[in-house]
Design a protein around this ligand. Structure first.
Ligand code: IN0
Length: 348
């Protein structure tokens, strides 16, 4: 009877996973037994944190209290939360969060402590950012701020995953030692999403592009949607892509260290999606008008193709070459983009 109840509660967690991110949920389910549940719960805990950080209808003090105590909340049996706004995307997850907590408490203690440590760091990082001096228009000012924000929301996920890979025994302890490589895995994904989501975030009153970059091309962040600023918009976009390209060599180095097939697939698929997205958005002014995504067919081909390092390297080469083809000599960033491309091609 007890085991039946356990399976039902675990199944519920995979239902939540499918609800929050269909395509990526499939990738998580493919992970080997030793890791699957730990990564599933890690993903759900992160979604829970994200659902609180994202909710602009929450009172700031209440949000900060929740963010800074989330690493305790995940140990609190029976805890649920229904103060999210009505249209908060994953509010159902927190309404039923007691079920996630029950499953989390069934994980091996060392998996629990990895997840709790990252949750503590991330929750406090998010709270610092939400109450920081740039709070009024949640804008990011320097490139250093940009890297710090992306470290909090994505780089730390890399730290946690690398620790889980090592703790499971499926990967060596070494993968968790080089924090900079793990950080770059998260920054590459998050920064590419931030470029892609320019218009969606602008319409939501949020801006994540660093003023240190966009301020060179316009007075106001929203200026780029005006046709008369077309050229400045293009140069600003290529400057943002240049900033992201710098993480590519570290991403390829991290992937080359992985030994377990299911871990490799899990890590490679989001990265090849990101380089494909980066090539799509480069010199593509549509991003200032609407959210653009790579075609489903291309995504499927990338998923099927990302099973070994040679294929992944050739996928990166293909998209980096596509960026170099679109790189225009009149662009003030032309030379630095060419050099960043050279660094990638050289590494592999
Ligand atoms: C912010 C983010 C990039 C960390 C989100 N993030 C990811 O983007 C997912 C992919 C994902 O959710 N894709 C969405 C589409 C989209 O959002 O664009 C999908 O539905 O397919 O992948 C990452 C992720 C996967 C594998 C290795 C990683 C190493 C470091 C950091 C993150 C890593 C992720 C792993 C975990 Cl455990 C938790 C979150 C994430």
């Amino acid at each position: 009877q007890q085991s039946l109840a356990m399976d039902a509660s675990k199944k519920r967690c995979y239902d939540f996973l499918n609800m929050t991110s269909r395509s990526f949920a499939a990738v998580i389910r493919e992970l080997d037994d030793e890791l699957r549940d730990a990564v599933c719960l890690f993903y759900l805990v992160l979604r829970g944190l994200d659902t609180i950080e994202d909710d602009m209808t929450l009172d700031l003090d209440r949000k900060v209290e929740l963010l800074r105590s989330f690493d305790q909340i995940i140990y609190t049996k029976g805890w649920t939360f229904d103060e999210n706004g009505p249209n908060e995307k994953d509010r159902a997850l927190l309404v039923h969060f007691d079920e996630v907590i029950d499953e989390f408490l069934r994980l091996k203690p060392e998996f629990q402590s990895v997840i709790a440590n990252i949750t503590k760091l991330m929750g406090n990082g998010m709270a610092d950012y939400a109450t920081g001096e740039h709070r009024e228009n949640t804008s990011v000012s320097t490139i250093e701020d940009f890297d710090l924000y992306c470290h909090y929301v994505a780089g730390l996920v890399g730290y946690g995953l690398s620790d889980l890979f090592a703790a499971s025994g499926l990967e060596s302890e070494e993968i968790a030692k080089d924090k900079d490589l793990s950080n770059s895995m998260g920054l590459f994904l998050q920064k590419t999403n931030i470029i892609r989501d320019y218009r969606e975030d602008l319409d939501d009153g949020r801006q994540f592009w660093p003023r240190e970059i966009w301020g060179k091309y316009a007075d106001k962040f929203s200026d780029f949607i005006k046709p008369e600023n077309k050229l400045q918009a293009q140069y600003c976009l290529s400057n943002m892509v240049l900033n992201v390209l710098n993480d590519v060599p570290q991403v390829l180095t991290y992937l080359s260290k992985l030994r377990n097939q299911s871990v490799f697939n899990f890590c490679a698929i989001p990265q090849v999606m990101a380089i494909s997205t980066l090539a799509l958005v480069f010199n593509n002014l549509d991003i200032y008008q609407r959210n653009i995504k790579i075609r489903k067919g291309e995504a499927v081909m990338l998923i099927l193709d990302s099973t070994d390092m040679d294929n992944v390297v050739s996928i990166f080469r293909k998209y980096v070459f596509e960026i170099s083809r679109k790189n225009e000599a009149t662009d003030p960033n032309f030379m630095e983009i060419s050099m960043a491309i050279g660094r990638v091609s050289f590494v592999y």
